[in-house]
Design a binder for this molecule. Structure first.
Ligand SMILES: O=P(O)(O)OC[C@H]1O[C@H](O)[C@H](O)[C@@H](O)[C@@H]1O
Ligand SMILES: [Fe+2]
Length: 181
């Protein structure tokens, strides 16, 4: 099976499944709940979209997902993915930044943390058991590809409960990592 990705806009062809993530889908992920509620009164902003393709054979399963995060911020906090940990503790993932700039946050949710600066061309291996979240700190679209086993599973609950150790804010127009207590 062969797919085509437009690196300028993150559109995948063919693409059997597109999942939009609106502010209402990740409202709990942002720190400033008052600002979230104010924005939601006006508009349910589209933060990012996931284009997904499952590769299945009789002996294997893999998935490819292309995510396009729109630029912007919520209460000074840059647009980001919900973030998740894989349900299976033996499942890694490879992320490839195709376009844009930002950070990949990696967090064990048990004290270890890394923020990896991202730009077009950055490829990061996410080891098993690390929660992962991508932040768009640029003024344009951030597009990245994720490749993983379909059986890995997504645990969003643990991220919602524990949170990442740092948040990424725009401070004087530049990204700043702020430790969460
Ligand atoms: O699942 P989220 O935290 O919303 O991240 C968005 C997506 O990012 C990558 O593309 C992963 O490969 C997907 O599995 C994931 O769904
Ligand atoms: Fe993942």
């Amino acid at each position: 099976m062969t797919l085509t990705l437009d690196p300028e806009n993150g559109i995948l062809d063919p693409c059997p499944q597109i999942t939009p993530r609106y502010l209402s889908d990740l409202k709990m992920m942002f720190k400033d709940q008052q600002v979230v509620d104010e924005i939601l009164k006006e508009e349910n902003r589209l933060i990012y979209e996931i284009r997904y393709y499952p590769f299945r054979t009789s002996k294997s399963d893999m998935a490819l997902a292309v995510t396009r995060i729109f630029p912007g911020s919520i209460g000074g906090e840059y647009h980001m993915t919900k973030g998740h940990k894989h349900e299976r503790d033996d499942q890694p993932e490879v992320y490839y930044c195709v376009k844009g700039e930002g950070f990949l946050l990696l967090d064990t949710l048990e004290g270890e943390f890394q923020a990896i600066p991202w730009r077009a061309g950055t490829i990061t291996h996410i080891p098993p058991m690390w929660a992962h979240r991508v932040i768009n700190t640029g003024t344009d679209l951030l597009v990245f590809i994720g490749v993983f086993h379909l059986s890995a599973g997504h645990d969003y609950e643990i991220v919602a409960q524990k949170g990442f150790s740092y948040r990424v804010y725009a401070v004087d127009g530049k990204p700043a990592l702020i430790r969460q207590t």
